[in-house]
Design a protein around this ligand. Structure first.
Ligand SMILES: Cc1ncc(COP(=O)(O)OP(=O)(O)O)c(N)n1
Ligand SMILES: Cc1nc(C(=O)O)sc1CCOP(=O)(O)O
Ligand SMILES: [Mg+2]
Length: 212
């Protein structure tokens, strides 16, 4: 898959009166190079309608587009990939359905899950929740930056840190080894979405400059 740095997920409860498309377009304009449609409340038909709009918008900017949970919606909307959790369809079965070209991302919360996802051909993994988050209802306790460090030290496929990541604590995640970060509330709840994205990118870039 094409490399990415900043991953933004929809969270319509934080969009405060703005349309989902408007919010996500701001995120892409701000430099989010991958976005995910995550919608736990709408009907599948509604999720599909949203997916088609996000597919069209992301294609205009050259950003990757991922659908959470719904493989059929991802395929029907022409998304670049799907994101699956530990309780979703197993990766090997999902791969049979979507083929080799589609991106499959897998959530992981412990190093054994990260190893398994890598072994089974995940294109990237989510690593979290690093910090406490209110954006997910059935969330487990924070895995802390020590899990980020474990993954950075051992796993070779791309990983994205997620969960409670804000501009004020992202340095801890970057210091633990993350090159890519993912956020919902800090970005889509911001009154200056482009500025918030730029703030994250500046911090990620500063790390890359130091490593060169
Ligand atoms: C990039 C990324 N990482 C983790 C998740 C969480 O996925 P999952 O565990 O399936 O939980 P839900 O998002 O479905 O509630 C994600 N969506 N994206
Ligand atoms: C959807 C999701 N998955 C997580 C995981 O750890 O797998 S944490 C999370 C919520 C992230 O939202 P926020 O940036 O607002 O904390
Ligand atoms: Mg899921």
């Amino acid at each position: 898959m094409k490399d990415f740095r900043l991953y933004t997920i929809t969270g319509e409860e934080f969009h405060s009166g703005r349309s989902m498309l408007e919010v996500m377009e701001e995120a892409v304009k701000g430099g989010s190079d991958i976005i995910q449609l995550r919608d736990k409340f709408s009907s599948k038909k509604e999720v599909f309608e949203k997916a088609k709009k996000l597919r069209e918008m992301t294609a205009r900017y050259g950003a990757a587009f991922i659908v959470n949970d719904h493989i059929d919606v991802a395929l029907a909307a022409g998304a670049d990939g799907i994101h699956l959790g530990q309780d979703d369809l197993p990766l090997s079965e999902a791969r049979k359905i979507v083929g080799e070209d589609m991106i499959i991302g897998i959530s992981t919360h412990a190093i054994e899950e990260a190893r398994e996802a890598e072994r089974n051909g995940a294109d990237y993994i989510g690593v979290g929740p690093v910090f406490a988050t209110k954006s997910k209802v059935d969330v487990i306790d924070p895995v802390t930056t020590s899990y980020v460090k474990q993954v950075a030290d051992e796993i070779t496929i791309p990983f994205v840190a997620i969960g409670g990541i804000k501009l004020h604590n992202v340095d801890q995640v970057i210091d633990a080894g993350a090159d890519r970060i993912c956020a919902i509330s800090e970005i889509v709840g911001s009154t200056d979405i482009q500025g918030t994205c730029q703030g994250f990118l500046d911090k990620l870039d500063a790390k890359r400059r130091i490593e060169k």
